[in-house]
Design a protein around this ligand. Structure first.
Ligand SMILES: [Zn+2]
Length: 297
């Protein structure tokens, strides 16, 4: 009798194990095939009374962030990825009566992320630095997050490849940015460029370059998710690249002198004090929110 019970138990266990294994396979399958199941939060930094950085050309960071974020949303939705936006208009995420708008704004963003339960969050920002020469996109991740680091590195690679191959910046860890620290799922901050650099500020203010930035981020996201685009996508990118090159060449011819001078200045500076420059820029990327973080405590 006891033996029979044991046999029955063993059979039941085996059955259970088989069912469980089947279920797991099915879950993985649906992850792979139904891209609609994948949710990404796209966060347009700043908004409302908080304009973010003001460009050397008077461009407002909050406006550029929103435009790029919306373009990215459209691209990702075409890829069948569910996108949750933290904001879709100029308004910040706080009540006008709020005593500390910045803190309320940051908390609300975190709340949206925790409710959406995304695979990750991509926060769009623009950088600024006292030295006008400094430029180039850079992606930040929370140092404790392995996936955040991987995503940031993939995005950085994509930004360099599709926006500016001369950009030698690397993805960087950041331990103090509020959104990076307070979200459970991985979050990365994409600083698309420097509004303090005239050339980049002007580019970032154009619809065509905002499209390119959104595309570069989309390609990085798809690569990270293992959903690389088919031939059409690649071809489009190549075309883009070709056009950019042509454009660049024309520009080069037009003002070779200017460009050479700038480059020289850049090279000298880089060689002279790379360390100083880099560390200062990193804190620059987090300035606004560091204050919020302290206030939130
Ligand atoms: Zn910002």
């Amino acid at each position: 009798m006891k033996k029979r019970m044991e046999v029955i138990m063993a059979v039941l266990l085996l059955l259970g194990a088989c069912l469980f294994a089947k279920e797991s396979v099915r879950m993985v399958d649906s992850m792979d095939t139904q891209k609609g199941e994948i949710c990404v939060v796209v966060d347009a930094g700043h908004g409302g009374d908080d304009p973010g950085k003001i460009g050397i050309n008077q461009a407002k960071e909050k406006e550029i962030n929103l435009k790029i974020a919306k373009k990215l949303q459209a691209l990702l939705e075409k890829d069948n990825i569910k996108v949750v936006m933290t904001r879709t208009d100029d308004n910040g995420l706080y009540q006008p009566s709020s005593r500390n708008q910045k803190v309320e704004d940051m908390r609300k963003r975190c709340e949206i992320v925790s409710q959406a339960k995304p695979v990750f969050t991509v926060s769009i920002h623009q950088n600024s630095y006292p030295d006008e020469v400094v430029k180039g996109a850079q992606v930040f991740y929370y140092g404790q997050s392995k996936e955040g680091k991987e995503l940031a590195e993939t995005l950085q690679k994509s930004m360099v490849e599709y926006l500016d191959q001369e950009n030698h910046r690397e993805a960087k860890a950041n331990e103090s940015y509020y959104l990076l620290k307070k979200t459970e799922s991985p979050t990365v901050i994409v600083e698309c460029g420097f509004l303090s650099n005239y050339e980049e500020a002007e580019l970032l203010s154009t619809d065509a370059y905002q499209d390119k930035v959104a595309k570069a981020v989309e390609i990085g996201i798809l690569e990270h998710l293992g959903l690389n685009q088919g031939e059409t996508g690649n071809k489009e990118n190549l075309d883009d690249k070709e056009n950019t090159k042509d454009k660049e060449n024309t520009k080069d011819k037009e003002n070779t002198k200017d460009k050479e001078n700038t480059e020289d200045a850049e090279n000298t500076k880089d060689a002279e004090n790379t360390g100083d420059q880099e560390s200062t820029e990193d804190t620059e990327g987090t300035v606004g929110t560091e204050g919020a973080q302290e206030a939130a405590r």
